[in-house]
Design a protein around this ligand. Sequence first.
Ligand SMILES: Nc1ncnc2c1ncn2[C@@H]1O[C@H](COP(=O)(O)OP(=O)(O)O)[C@@H](O)[C@H]1O
Ligand SMILES: [Mg+2]
Length: 231
Amino acid sequence: MWASVTGVTGVSVPEELGEPFAFGREADVYALADGTVLRRYRDGGDTGPEALVMRHVGDHGFPVPQVHAAGGADLVLERLDGPTMATVLLAGSMLMEDGAAILADLLTRLHSLPSISGDEQSVLHLDLHPENVVITAGGPVVIDWRNARDGEPDLDTAFTALILAQVATGAIEHPIHERVGDMLDLFLELAPGDPLRKLDEAVAMRSRQSTMSADEVGLLPVAAARVRGVR
Ligand SMILES: Nc1ncnc2c1ncn2[C@@H]1O[C@H](COP(=O)(O)OP(=O)(O)O)[C@@H](O)[C@H]1O
Ligand SMILES: [Mg+2]
C-alpha cells in the first residue's frame, strides 16, 4: 500500500516502512523498494529548503545525492552505496590525513559555487564532518544539508573545525575521539579561508542547535580553544 503524504509535491511512501537502516541525530533513513531512500525528519518540519539547496549544488556539479521528491518532513533521495567517512576512519581504511584533505577539498569546491539567492558570497553546508560524507565508488558525496544556507565561507570552515575539535576534546563523545586531533590540525592547514574569523559566530550558532545536549553546549568553549591552538 502506498500513500501520498503530500498531494502537492507528490511524495509517495509505503505505509509500512519497517525499520530505518540508518539514522543520525535529526533524521531516520529508510530504504524504499525502488532503490531510493526516504530521509524523514524525526521532529517534523519542512524539507523544502534542504531540497532546494541540494538541487542547487547538484546542478553546479557538487557531489550530493539526487533529490527525487520533497514534502513535509520527507525527502526521497538517491541511495548512496558506501560507508561514511567516519566509518572508514574508524576502521583504519582511510588515513586521518586523507580525511582532512577530503573535507578541505569539499569545502573549497562548495565555496566556489554561487549562493542560492545571488546576494551572498556562497552557499554553506554548516555541518560538514565525517558522519556527513559518504565514500562511494565515484568519490565522496555530501549528505545532511538541513543547516545549509547562503553566507560567508569562513563560517562554514569554522563550523567544520569546531565540530572536529568537539570530538577531539571529548566535548562530543565519538569513538574516533583519540585520533581526530591529527585530522583537525591538518584540516586547519588545508582548509579554505580563515577558520578563526567566524569561530565565535559558529560557537554561538552551535550552542543554539537543538541537537546539542546541555553538556555539549557547556564544553563548546573548550572545543573553540582547541581550534585556536590551545591544548
Ligand atoms: N542518500 C543516502 N543514501 C544512503 N544512506 C544515506 C543517505 N542519506 C543518509 N544516509 C544514511 O543515514 C545516516 C543519517 O543521515 P543524515 O542525513 O546524516 O541524518 P542526520 O541529520 O540525522 O544526521 C547517514 O549517516 C547515512 O548512513
Ligand atoms: Mg548527519
